[in-house]
Design a protein around this ligand. Structure first.
Ligand code: 5CU
Length: 362
């Protein structure tokens, strides 16, 4: 049986935690004077800073930044290997002049963490996107010299103008030529106005359940429409949360393209690669969708050999009995088992075999 591999699991290494503790604007970590009993809070999402919100940050403890907590979590959930990545919002907020050195420090920290747990931890690297394309390409090349990195994690904003920005081309080229997988992960959600006046009453549900996946869907669709995968046919991406809603909406997006007079006139329809082709050749999807219907859509769109189990640890801890198995993990495992039924090989591949093959683990 293949090892169980978690490809969607985050950490804030000590260098990043120090930066968050030194800040007063989002993202930051702090104990609030008006609510000290809530303990230290992590405030990262664009809309969760308001003192009136029911969702002012989330409790943060060692599970977010201590490597031993990651290993304990893995042991508790029978996870053999984790491919760890810095959690959002990465270095998107970092001053251009600092970003390259901070990225180096964080990636070096993470390499050390992985080295201390041979065979159990690998990583996706952090890129200094606010520093511009040259600095990013330099870090992509440097990551190939660190033995535990298998790709990079990025948000949806790219260099600031989204993933259809032509200024990203040297970065896509470097990722393609060094064969590093791009783990695309949301952070910004949708504009707060779409959640309405009562959003604060609903905690984090609307931004996390809907804002995150829609953000990913829009970002990857913009990349596809701009021809990123036509220009870089060897570029490979792992999309968080089973691709947002891309598997479900791919047909509609294709249909809108086929019926768009502007695209036809600009000769942008004939000769382009279809989303179905890109889903089956360039895109991998994590299995972090918490239900069989979503997972079946992902499997149908990309193929069972392109799905990989994940947990999103340390996010979504149980609200009670944190020492027991996590509900979020069990729900994802149950969805995988439910979809594969008696196909043990298919289940084992999603739980780890695909990740071992694609990410060259072990
Ligand atoms: O709970 C959350 O806010 C998050 C987050 O910010 N990032 C993530 O990966 N999962 C959950």
């Amino acid at each position: 049986m293949a090892p169980v591999v978690d490809v969607h699991t985050h950490i804030y290494p000590p260098a990043y935690v120090s930066l968050l503790r030194s800040r007063t604007d989002v993202p930051y970590m702090r104990t609030f004077a008006d609510n000290p009993s809530a303990g230290e809070r992590l405030v990262i999402l664009p809309s969760e800073d308001a003192a009136t919100s029911t969702a002012r940050g989330r409790p943060i403890g060692p599970e977010y930044y201590e490597e031993e907590e990651k290993i304990k979590f893995m042991d508790k959930h029978n996870i053999d290997i984790s491919v760890i990545s810095l959690a959002n919002p990465w270095l998107d907020w970092c001053d251009a002049s600092d970003a390259a050195s901070v990225a180096t420090q964080i990636n070096d920290d993470v390499e050390q963490v992985c080295s201390r747990h041979p065979g159990r931890l690998y990583a996706f690297g952090t890129l200094p996107l606010s520093a511009g394309a040259d600095a990013v390409v330099a870090e992509i090349k440097r990551l190939t010299t660190l033995s535990h990195f298998r790709g990079v994690i990025i948000g949806t904003s790219g260099l600031g103008n989204g993933l259809d920005d032509p200024a990203l081309e040297p970065i896509w080229a470097a990722l393609q030529s060094t064969k590093q997988l791009v783990f695309l992960h949301p952070h910004y959600g949708l504009p707060a106005s779409v959640y309405g006046d009562r959003a604060a009453e609903y905690g984090h549900v609307l931004p996390l359940a809907l804002g995150f996946p829609l953000e990913t869907t829009i970002a990857i669709t913009r990349a596809i429409l701009s021809g990123v995968f036509d220009k870089f046919p060897g570029l490979e991406m792992l999309l968080a949360h089973s691709g947002g809603t891309l598997p479900f909406l791919a047909g509609r997006i294709e249909s809108c393209i086929a019926h768009d007079g502007h695209l036809k006139q600009a000769s942008k329809i004939a000769g382009r690669r279809s989303i179905w082709d890109i889903l089956k050749a360039n895109i991998y999807l994590d299995a972090v969708v918490y239900g069989e219907a979503g997972l079946k859509a992902a499997m149908e769109a990309s193929g069972k050999d392109r799905l990989m189990f994940g947990t999103d640890h340390p996010f979504f801890p149980p609200l009670e009995d944190e020492d027991n198995e996590w509900l979020s993990v069990k729900t994802n495992e149950k969805a995988v088992s439910g979809v594969f039924g008696s196909d043990d090989q298919g289940r084992d591949d999603v739980m780890g075999g695909n990740a071992v093959r694609v990410l060259r683990l072990g």
